[in-house]
Write a protein of this length. Structure first.
Length: 487
């Protein structure tokens, strides 16, 4: 899975945290209604949010309709405006439909002074890709009420978008101290994944499955397990997790997209194409359009691929600079990609996603030296991404840094040999073209201590010291390979 495709699911869980806080003010009003038939969809959505769980999408839609009706008769109810605005933002994310975002802003502005509405404004800014505004709103709430747990998910999203991973980690630790539940465990899994701690990420993701209280929330947690398996290069395991998620929520967009990737990796390409069509029909995210187009292109379905690429170009989803940049870099105008991504970087969007995409666009525009600095930013942060490693390797090949290129190609294929239907085969071809590490490195490519040993006396032509310890290939090749495997 492209690393960028994690972000929308994470954002939706951040908006769910906003609803969890605002619904506390909504549930008592529901409870006062004359009583108990079983809870209806709007009540279920409110109770799920109160517990910090994700509501089913039909229940969320019912909650929106219920609050709209209530506010027509009670326009001064600030708490309900905060609920409605946050619910609009979540629906926009879960449908990939930005039309709800202006409605969210208008509703949230009807609750001036409300901390819940301010958290909602942070979530709205994040949904628009305005990470600086998201951070400003979130920090405003945190300053006013440091123990308001719902402020921390939106702060984590904003910090990640700005590339401030240290602050994101601290916010995640505070969130875990203030609140529990599947959403919090899911956040921990995401944090560990981004640091490259795969075992910890898997354990936290399993906790999220165990703690999930609704079918919708469990589907999110299972889909996350599938994503982690996919990123480890285990498509069969990923397929099982996505299937379990879809058994709970049959049209779960992230699980449909994940199953499409896994099936393509397993050679079940017709099923993969059908899954991509279903995923895009349910959740037309920019990253999904790009991935589906690249699968179609890899299968020789050029017309279908062009249609998907054009649909991505014509879309109006905010914050899609990475997807549009990669589209232009690989399937359009690399110079336009550089301009778009430079603007994002200058605007403070300094995440590893933007660094990787900008580096790749510069390489595709014929500027590999500058590109390498951004590729290093992307790969050195901690996230173990096959795509990032491949991009860096190709940039290094262009600079004739063949040893590092070999290492990063090997890392990409070791991390996930199926990472892209277009680029993974090219990575394998590049490995074959480069061949194995040379048995004997030239003198100017040896580590300093080896060269010193050779002139001081005792090093043989093969790089062995008089005492018999081999210093040559192990110093320049084997150690960096081992290090890259634990990055």
């Amino acid at each position: 899975m492209r690393p960028e495709n994690v972000s929308r699911t994470v954002l939706a869980s951040g908006v769910g945290a906003v609803l969890a806080a605002t619904a506390l003010l909504y549930v008592p009003e529901l409870a006062g209604r004359s009583a108990p038939p079983p809870p209806g969809p709007a009540e279920r959505a409110a109770h799920a949010a109160t517990a910090g769980a994700q509501a089913a999408l039909p229940d969320l839609v019912a909650l929106i309709g219920d609050r709209e009706k209530w506010l027509r008769a009670h326009p001064g109810d600030a708490a309900s405006w905060a609920v409605l605005g946050s619910a609009y933002t979540e629906r926009a994310l879960r449908r990939a439909d930005p039309a709800d975002l202006p409605r969210a802003e208008a509703a949230l502005k009807r609750a001036p002074g409300s901390l819940d509405a301010q958290v909602g404004m942070a979530a709205l800014a994040n949904a628009r890709g305005d990470w600086a505004a998201g951070r400003a709103w979130g920090e405003r709430v945190r300053k006013a009420d440091p123990k308001r747990w719902s402020a921390y998910p939106v702060l984590i999203d904003a910090y990640n978008g700005l590339g401030d991973y240290k602050a994101a980690g601290k916010a995640a630790e505070t969130l875990a101290e203030l609140h529990t539940g599947a959403a919090v465990s899911g956040r921990s899994a995401q944090l560990y994944r981004d640091r490259g701690w795969r075992e910890d990420a898997g354990a936290a993701a399993l906790d999220a499955v165990a703690l999930a209280e609704t079918g919708a929330e469990k589907a999110v947690a299972l889909s996350r397990l599938g994503d982690l398996a996919w990123e480890r290069g285990e498509p069969a395991e990923a397929l099982a997790q996505y299937g379990a998620a879809l058994g709970l929520v049959g049209d779960h967009g992230p699980a449909l997209a994940g199953r499409a990737r896994a099936r393509a990796a397993l050679g079940r390409t017709e099923e993969a194409v059908r899954d991509w069509r279903a995923a895009i029909g349910r959740l037309p995210l920019p990253g999904y359009l790009l991935e589906a187009g690249e699968l179609a292109e890899s299968l020789g379905r050029d017309g279908e691929a062009r249609g998907l690429y054009e649909r991505l170009r014509a879309g109006r989803w905010p914050g899609a600079e990475v997807e549009l940049g990669l589209l232009d870099a690989d399937h359009g105008d690399p110079a336009a990609a550089v301009r778009r991504l430079r603007a994002a970087w200058a605007g403070g969007h300094r995440s590893v996603r933007v660094a990787d995409a900008l580096g790749w666009a510069l390489y595709r525009s014929g500027e590999p030296k500058e590109a390498l600095e951004y590729a290093k930013r992307a790969t050195d942060e901690g996230l173990r991404s096959a795509l990032f490693a491949y991009h860096r390797a190709e940039i290094e090949r262009a600079l004739d840094a063949l040893g590092p290129a070999r290492r990063h190609l090997a890392e990409a294929l070791r991390t996930n040999p199926y990472f892209s239907p277009l680029l993974a085969p090219r990575a394998k071809e590049a490995v074959a073209a480069l061949g194995d590490f040379p048995d004997e490195l030239p003198k100017d490519a040896r580590p300093a201590e080896e060269s010193a040993g050779a002139t001081a006396g005792g090093a043989t032509a093969g790089g062995a010291t008089a005492g018999g310890a081999t210093a040559g290939v192990g110093g320049a090749g084997a150690a960096p390979v081992a290090a890259s495997g634990t990055a």
